[in-house]
Structures are given as structure tokens and as C-alpha cells.
Design a protein around this ligand. Sequence first.
Ligand code: ACO
Length: 345
Amino acid sequence: MKPLPASKFKNPRARYDFKGRSCAIAGVGAYVPARVLTNADLEKMVDTTDEWITTRTGIKERRIAAKDEFTSDLAAKAAQRAMKAAGVTGEQIDLLTVATITPDMVFPSTACLVQQKIGARRAAAFDLEAACSGFIYGLEIAQQFIMSRTYDTVLVIGAEKLSSIVDWQDRNTCVLFGDGAGAAVLQNRTTSHGLLTAVMGADGGKADLLHMPGGGSRCPATADSVAARLHYLRMEGKETFKHAVQAMLNAAQEALRRCEVDISQIKCIIPHQANRRIIDAVGERLGAKPGQMFVNLDRYGNTSAASVAIALDEAVSTGRIQRGDLILLVVFGAGLTWGAAVIEW
Ligand code: ACO
């Protein structure tokens, strides 16, 4: 393979200088279910208004999967689109990982179900759970396997059927979330520098801020646990909001620092799509220019691990990102977890 030309951007970790190897994003894809649930629909379900949801969150509508459509189905459809864009077949995939908090089942992993659906027979497959930060955790895992020469082609998917764990009687949370999936094929390619750096972080001391109490080994399903509504997600919104802004800001600044890149050099910032006010606060503190932040949560709500993956696909397909552009992804989620990545597209 011919060596990569020198990148315009420094990378203290010098990953892409590693004997001509880089971790390029060869193709992205996304899939959202057909059914649209609008704020007006929610007004008929819980005590809320379009005005409250729009002003507090920026969300206007979200997608809801059909009863017989599962996380692995959404994931497989997004994966097939990413594979088509990358020009790779299932047979070429060495590893696939699905970031999700809504697996089809506790086990086997959703990744194994997706492996079968997309014909990735040779691939190792596992799920990873970092809530809304899962896609960036996945990118970093892919990068490590590619740069260590263990694998050449890794499929990273973020997929969620959050409608299956949302309490549709709780107005505090049910208006926020949606279903969907996004995927990326990462490859050792000589045509693009790809992922320059990825930052990951976590704070288990704040696990209770955003969690689902039931369904695990601590609280297996019983008639009582179901009656107590323990199998739905719970969130302390205000506290979560505060941590989200600070953690995303820190992660983004650390990623930029590592690459010695200034925010003004970033063509497009793709933040986790949880709340418009969080996105604006992070953008303002980062010194982002108007229009630099990519926003699509008005149409999809918070799709957790799928969020930045869906947004990345949309930014690429609508021409917001061109080859050679620098982009910044930044995420935050339950755990707590956070992350950021700089990509030379
Ligand atoms: N409609 C109308 N009123 C509502 C609704 C609703 N849907 N939801 C809450 N309210 C009410 C509350 O009951 C409260 O009323 P009260 O004052 O009488 O008690 C009032 O509105 C204000 O509630 P707050 O919680 O103060 O609202 P806030 O401005 O904080 O917005 C929100 C809430 C949107 C949840 C915000 O806190 C937020 O976005 N938090 C962060 C979410 C996030 O980033 N999560 C992380 C990722 S998710 C993951 O990892 C799966």
C-alpha cells in the first residue's frame, strides 16, 4: 500500500503516521422508522404542549419503530446503507459492534443478530453500552483494532428503539426520545486520514441521574417491578443538563487540543442531539460560529447511541461535509459517559 501523504493537521499521537496506516470513515448510512410522532400527537397522550416541548428542547417530531421492528432491524438497515456507501460486502467485515441501550434481548447481543442479517459471516460481533456516547466509543474501538493491524474493516453502529423503554405516561421523558440507527464503515485506507483522535470519559458516581432500574440482575422482572414501572428509563433532567454542557465542552476542547486544531478550523460540529439548549450552550462556550453546529433533533429527538451517527450521515448526504473537511463530534449520555472525536473527512 502506498504511504499516506502528510496531513495538514498535527496529531500528537501520530496514529495516521503509523507506517502508512490510517483509520478512514469509508462510508456512512442511517435508517429511521417510517412512523412520525409529532408534538401535537403527544398533546393527546400526556399533559404537554407543542410550545413547551419546542421551547424547552427544540424537538418537533420523532420516529417510532413498528411493533415488529426491532433495534437489530434498524441497525441492519443503517449498516447496509453504510456498506453500500463504502463499497464493502458483508464478507469483508472483520468486526462489528452495536452501541445500544435497547438491545433486542439481554442476550445474545444485538451485534450477533445484525451479523446474521447483513451476512457478515467472518465478523467478530459484540454490543457496547455507553448510552448516548456509544457511537464515539465505537469509533475509538474501531480505530484501535485498525491501527493495531488486528482488523482492516470495522462496522460501527449506533441503534436504538427507545420507544420500548420510554414511559409513555411520564411527560418529563416521553417527549424527548425517538428511534433510529446510524452506521459507519471504518477501514485502513490510503485515501483519507479519517479519525484523528477520540476522547472518551465516564463518571459512574452519577449513574442515578439517568437510568433504568428494572430488567438487570439487581432488579429482574417481576409482577411487582412491572407494576412499579421500573422497566422504563428515568432521568433527572435539570442535573443531567448541567453535567451535559460541561462534559461535552471539556471533551471537545480535549479532542481539539490533541490535534492542535482551533475551533475555527472545524467545518461542522456534530453534537449529541438531546436538547437544543444544550447544543447552543456548548456551541457558545466553544466559540462556534452561527451555523457551525449541526442540528437535526427537531425531526428525530434524542436517539441516544444513534444520534450523532444519524446526524453525520445527514451532514454528508446533504453536502455539509466535503472530503478534506475537519469535523468534530461531541457526545454525552447515561453512565455518565461522554466523548468527542476529530475527523479529517
Ligand atoms: N410538558 C409540559 N411540562 C413539562 C413537561 C412536558 N413534556 N415535562 C416537564 N414539565 C414540567 C415539569 O413538571 C416542571 O413543572 P414544575 O415546575 O411544576 O415541577 C417544569 O416543566 C420544568 O421542568 P424542568 O425539569 O425544570 O425543565 P427543564 O427546563 O430542565 O427541561 C429537560 C427539562 C428538557 C428534560 C432538560 O432538563 C434536559 O434536556 N435535560 C438533559 C437531557 C439529556 O441531555 N440527557 C442526556 C442524554 S440521554 C441518554 O443518555 C439516554
